[in-house]
Design a binder for this molecule. Structure first.
Ligand SMILES: Nc1ncnc2c1ncn2[C@@H]1O[C@H](COP(=O)(O)OP(=O)(O)OP(=O)(O)O)[C@@H](O)[C@H]1O
Length: 261
């Protein structure tokens, strides 16, 4: 694996929850790198370990064994304080719930992580981000005055505000209608291509995964496939093969509309 161009990676990652009868091996020896400057989607059946992989790769949770690194930094070598600083300065997050502060304006929400860190916002960078996410005319609004899609665009801009090594997105379109979801996915892809950013996204949705440069597939806590230049059709076919007849039941109907089976 070419670690020089890998924004985040795990090697031989094992994550076990519980013990004895209740033991669950959520990750069972996963080795995967997320290339810098690329948009990678993580897919797999429900319970296959997607969220666990993302949380461990992002330093939100610790592996049982194996290693995880952001850039060249091994996460296990960091104490809690350094890990918190690394997450704050070098990792961005976008969640299904937008998690904006209702009392702050859009502009204030975008720079909040920098303000909390006592860091100075790079005005040119923030300015460019505001254009990429299309929020120029909403900067002085409060989140309650925005649509769900606009709120998620604020969350995306906030995630990129510190120019992190990698942005992890966990079902970022899960709370959005398909049109707003497509807009948010489009701007994640734009941030990667136009601003040389790195995005790793967990999703259930083949149409969402098709916005990525590559899809990695998990099943039963293992990495089972990688698909460069995915299309929704090919991703859906791969998911059906992984999950048998359950796959279609797992995917909301609007996500499969227009996707030939
Ligand atoms: N905190 C926890 N304690 C115990 N078991 C857990 C915990 N978190 C996850 N698991 C289990 O680990 C396995 C993988 O879970 P994970 O949430 O990573 O899967 P996923 O692919 O993200 O699933 P989904 O698509 O349904 O969100 C599942 O069997 C789950 O029940």
């Amino acid at each position: 694996m070419n670690t020089a161009h890998t924004a985040a990676r795990v090697v031989d990652a094992v994550k076990v929850y519980g013990s004895g009868d209740t033991e669950v091996r959520a990750l069972d020896g996963v080795t995967v790198g997320f290339p810098a400057g690329r948009f990678t989607a993580i897919m797999g059946p429900s319970g296959s370990g997607k969220s666990t992989l993302m949380h461990c790769a992002a330093g939100l949770d610790a592996l049982t064994s194996g290693s995880a690194a952001i850039g060249g930094t091994e996460l296990s070598s960091l104490d809690d304080r350094r890990l918190t600083v690394l997450r704050r300065d070098r990792v961005g997050f976008v969640f299904q719930a937008f998690n904006l502060l209702p009392t702050l304006t859009v502009a204030e929400n975008i720079t909040l992580p920098l303000d909390l860190a006592g860091a100075r916002a790079d005005a040119e960078w923030i300015d460019a981000l505001v254009d990429v996410v299309g929020l120029r005319d909403r900067l002085h609004h409060r989140p309650s005055e925005l649509s769900g899609g606009q709120q998620q665009r604020v969350a995306v801009a906030r995630a990129f505000a510190s120019r992190p090594d990698v942005v992890f997105a966990d079902e970022p379109t899960g709370n959005l209608d398909s049109r707003s979801g497509a807009e948010v996915l489009g701007l994640l892809a734009r941030a990667v291509r136009r601003m040389d950013r790195t995005v790793v996204m967990v999703t259930h949705d083949p149409v969402a995964a098709a916005h990525a440069d590559e899809v990695v597939f998990l099943a039963d806590g293992r990495l089972v496939d990688r698909m460069p230049e995915p299309t929704a059709e090919r991703v859906l076919d791969r998911m059906k093969a992984l999950d048998g007849p359950r796959a279609e039941a797992d995917i909301p109907e609007h996500h499969t509309q227009g996707v030939p089976s």
